[in-house]
Design a protein around this ligand. Structure first.
Ligand code: PLP
Length: 362
């Protein structure tokens, strides 16, 4: 019988709840109103000939590089940040190497690292989810070959300080250090300017979040040109599809759309945080398009909230199974009007479900 590599059996299945997502989707940190109309207009213009050809990435990559203020040689367009993570693992990890993550964090780091045969070293965040820089530095060893840090982090929304991230990159010169800036637009701080200085530093961006293009699957991996050159060796030349490549310049051109959407999300974030504070619900200050809240101390507490919200037509994400997150839910913010609906429903649910607030996570 055909058997997979032994490591594949050990990788836990990751099945995000994508099925039947009817209602207001505040569960995947997506853009909740859809992309710029300019993108849709371009999509409608695609011809059979556009689809018949293998996609040609370079001209669009040059446009993205210009937008980011870097050289084309310092950037690779990818099939979402997920592919960027995968490519980094394929490029730098040999079986038995160490790869470091700070948990809780985005699930795909561990999966791709483990699939490459690496020993995944998980540094736990403290209960306030502040970035544990000292512990990360202590875990760096000569065997550390890849470090992945989401900044802002998912699911907590917390951030690491720029100097701490730079210190990590300098302390691990034999490791690729990925700063995953999937939520950059909601935070505004970046390490992109450091990629030329630090040859082991990589920055990833995505068009899946603020830009509303999660379904097109397109992201960016930026780094030192020599390293990006190596990454291209393990990357398909056709990794980003023709529709995504056609739409990307339009998405970038409509920055006023992004500014408007981001400003409504940030306003919503403040409103949601105020409601949680006034309801005595613990939450962690977020720099992303979502808020992480401890609605109880057990998985049943968070499951009850998720269910109650679902019956009101609003999907939020139960993150109880993440390390140190029992009783926690993650709530994505959308437009002003959607935040209004969210707050009305949440207030009602919180009033109906008196939670054991003394038992909230510290
Ligand atoms: C931190 C982080 N990185 C990457 C991704 C996935 O990005 P993409 O859709 O570009 O693959 C997510 C999605 O939730 C995320 O939270």
């Amino acid at each position: 019988m055909l058997s997979p590599r032994s490591i594949v059996r050990k990788i836990p299945q990751y099945h995000p709840p994508l099925a039947g997502r009817d209602g207001l989707r505040l569960d995947f940190n997506e853009n909740t109103v859809g992309c710029s109309p300019r993108v849709l207009a371009r999509l409608r213009q695609l011809t059979a000939d556009d689809l018949a050809r293998y996609p040609e990435r370079e001209a669009v990559a040059a446009r993205v590089a210009e937008f980011l203020g870097i050289r084309s040689s310092e950037l690779l367009l990818t099939n979402g940040v997920d592919e960027a993570i995968h490519l980094l693992c394929q490029t730098y990890l040999d079986p038995g190497d160490e790869a470091l993550i700070v948990v809780p964090t985005y699930s795909m780091y561990r999966i791709y690292m483990a699939a490459a045969g690496a020993n995944v070293v998980s540094v736990s965040s403290p209960s306030n989810f502040e970035f544990p820089v000292t512990e990360v530095l202590n875990q760096i060893s000569p065997r550390t070959r890849l470090i992945a840090i989401a900044n802002p982090n998912n699911p907590t929304g917390s951030v690491a300080q720029r100097d701490d991230l730079l210190q990590i990159a300098r302390s691990a010169p034999n490791a690729g250090v990925l700063i995953d800036e999937a939520y950059f637009e909601f935070y505004g701080q970046t390490l992109l300017d450091q990629c030329r200085e630090l040859p082991n530093l990589f920055v990833a961006r995505t068009f899946s979040k603020a830009y509303g293009l999660a379904g097109l699957r397109v992201g960016v991996l930026a780094g030192n040109s020599d390293q990006v050159h190596l990454l291209r060796r393990v990357c398909s030349p056709y990794n980003v599809n023709a529709a995504a490549l056609a739409c990307l310049p339009e998405a970038l051109a409509d920055q006023s759309y992004i500014r408007q959407y981001v400003s409504e999300v940030l306003e919503g974030r403040t409103r949601l945080e105020s409601l949680l504070a006034s309801s005595g619900i613990q939450f962690w200050p977020s720099q992303a398009n979502f808020v992480f809240a401890g609605v109880g101390s057990t998985p049943q507490d968070s499951a009850a909230i998720v269910e109650q919200m679902r019956t009101r037509g609003i999907l939020v994400r139960d993150r109880s199974s993440d390390p140190g997150c029992a009783g926690c839910v993650r709530i994505t913010l959308g437009s002003r009007e959607q935040t209004g609906r969210l707050l009305t429903a949440l207030q009602e649910v919180l009033q109906r479900l008196p939670l054991a607030q003394g038992a909230l996570p510290a």
